[in-house]
Design a protein around this ligand. Structure first.
Ligand SMILES: C[S@@+](CC[C@H](N)C(=O)[O-])C[C@H]1O[C@@H](n2cnc3c(N)ncnc32)[C@H](O)[C@@H]1O
Length: 95
């Protein structure tokens, strides 16, 4: 198989459930999604938070390919706790 293949929703949901093991991330946590693509895991974290009736945690999704950015931004649903950056996550950042 060639090209971009986003992680299927059911796999994302299983991985997010394993990551969070049924408790919301501690307050102040920041979840990094390096190579977020079109936002499959961003969406998965939003789904998980809604299902568990907790606030969506702070998430930073970083994606180097600009063609995935609009969909990743849509996956963030305008939530202020989520940032989508069009950057190379391997490059040192200037803060
Ligand atoms: C296999 S896809 C996975 C996308 C998404 N995480 C998912 O599970 O659906 C890997 C993504 O990582 C991005 N990527 C690869 N190297 C990167 C880098 N150094 N910085 C940012 N994004 C990168 C690619 O452009 C691609 O969209």
């Amino acid at each position: 198989m060639r090209g971009f293949v986003p992680t299927p929703e059911r796999v994302v949901d299983a991985m997010v459930a394993k990551l969070l093991s049924n408790s919301a991330p501690p307050e102040g946590s920041l979840i990094l999604d390096p190579g977020c693509g079109s936002g499959a895991f961003v969406q998965g974290l939003v789904r998980w938070s809604r299902r568990h009736r907790v606030a969506v945690p702070r998430i930073v999704g970083i994606e180097s390919d600009p063609k995935h950015i609009p969909e990743a931004i849509r996956a963030a649903e305008g939530l202020s706790s989520i940032s989508i950056l069009n950057e190379d996550f391997l490059k040192p950042r200037k803060e």
